[in-house]
Write a protein that binds this ligand. Sequence first.
Ligand code: GLV
Ligand code: MN
Length: 198
Amino acid sequence: ADPDPLQDFCIADLAKTSTPINGFPCKLASNVTASDFIFNGLAVEGNTTNPFGSNVTAANVLAFPGLNTLGVSMNRVDLAPGGLNPPHHHPRATELDIVVKGEVLIGFISSGNVYFSSVLREGQMFVIPRGMIHFQMNVGKEKGLVITTFNSQLPGAVVAPLALFAAKPAVPNEVLTKALQVDEGVVQLIKSKFAASS
Ligand code: GLV
Ligand code: MN
């Protein structure tokens, strides 16, 4: 989904952000070494000790500047038994998942409100079309691991519960009570659940 590159590579210089551009400026080619094309961050298991029981480790351009202008990135999603990577969507990328470990329920909801889902095991893949709300849930008894890949160097992630209930400044209660057709107490209760995480 990203634009095509105009050179072989453009290792992001993340510090040079004073002039806003679409992406990041390139590190001087004479300073580029093999290490600019290597990232070890996905080798490390994420800490799933949190209310969702999940952890996403990103290998996007911000973590791995070598991806700048190349239109690809990956995440590592660790899931404790019962853990959930909560419903979210990526405004800039299609997502391709491969289950590496465990039994994982993966689902997305289309813009026609059709729910597509399946329980996947090691080696099985699931494609999430760009922009669709989706999640991964570990329905097995062991740890789950999913590697997710994107056709964007920075897919972005809008996490539905956090967007609605943990935005800063807050979305007004009267918007949420009307949208969800519930009383204000319900909205306040849900907001309180996410107060610490925002
Ligand atoms: C999983 O959905 C991810 O965005 O890594
Ligand atoms: Mn995703």
